[in-house]
Design a protein around this ligand. Structure first.
Ligand code: ATP
Length: 235
């Protein structure tokens, strides 16, 4: 497994947001963590990228423990985190936003190759490379922040609620993009409230409730389960 998380715990003072969660992501997989508001999904991603302190458990990535590794070193090792809310630099151009994603890199040739890959994946970003990010639509900004994350020579992409606040047609586009990211060789850990979309593109899934995993398995099996259909798919 590329990423192995065991008994992960995250607390904010007395609030136990993540209460012993275990999961894994293998190379070439899309794995989704689904669950309602407040289930602890964001806290898990923040712990993986070093932004929230682990109160317990372990995170092994490529066989190495990430606990106590600093956030910028985690980025250098190949984990990119796209937080909720599409945080593009709105006054900078598309091109400048993408180059900022490579700020930890010193290999100019590699950066140019990554840029070509991102533009191949998102032809629309190439067309708009001189446009300032603030003038892009919500869906285009989501593509931009995905592209920016891939510029860090990303070997594992952590994605927090990419569908949040997007019109349904754009949601489909963004999910198609995630499938393309994986097709280009980057595994994805996808956190979503939109369980039906997330399970439709994922290989495996974990259902979170108040900081614990309550169900896990093949995404296609989870999508068929009565309790998930009732609780998360509005059926
Ligand atoms: P959402 O979809 O709303 O982001 P989530 O599943 O990602 O939900 P988290 O954001 O990880 O859940 O929150 C889990 C719990 O931790 C919630 O009860 C939340 O109120 C609490 N929490 C999150 N961040 C903090 C913080 N900085 N300080 C205190 N409590 C927090």
């Amino acid at each position: 497994m590329l990423l192995e998380v065991e008994d992960l715990r995250v607390s904010y003072g007395a609030i136990e947001a993540v209460r012993g969660v275990s999961f894994s992501v293998d190379r070439h997989e899309i794995v989704t963590l689904v669950g309602a508001n407040g289930a602890g999904k964001t806290s898990i991603l923040r712990a993986l990228s070093g932004l929230a302190e682990l109160c317990g458990g372990s995170v092994r990535y490529s066989g190495q423990e990430l606990r106590n590794v600093r956030p910028h070193d985690i980025v250098r090792r190949g984990i990119s985190h796209v937080p909720e809310g599409r945080l593009a630099f709105l006054n900078l151009s598309v091109h400048e936003n993408l180059l900022l994603g490579a700020y930890t890199r010193t290999d100019g040739e590699g950066v140019r190759e990554s840029l070509e890959k991102v533009y191949a994946l998102f032809p629309l970003l190439r067309e708009r490379r001189r446009q300032v990010a603030g003038t892009l639509s919500g869906g285009e900004q989501q593509m931009l922040v995905l592209g920016r994350a891939l510029m860090s020579d990303c070997k594992l992409l952590l994605l927090d609620e990419p569908s949040m606040g997007l019109a349904p047609i754009l949601v489909q586009e963004v999910f198609d993009t995630i499938v393309s990211v994986r097709a280009m060789g980057t595994p994805v850990l996808l956190v979503e409230q939109n369980a039906s979309m997330a399970l439709s593109i994922a290989d495996r899934g974990y259902v979170l409730e108040t900081g614990r995993v309550t169900l896990s398995g093949k995404a296609s099996d989870l999508a068929q389960m009565e309790e998930i259909r009732a609780a998360y798919l509005g059926e």
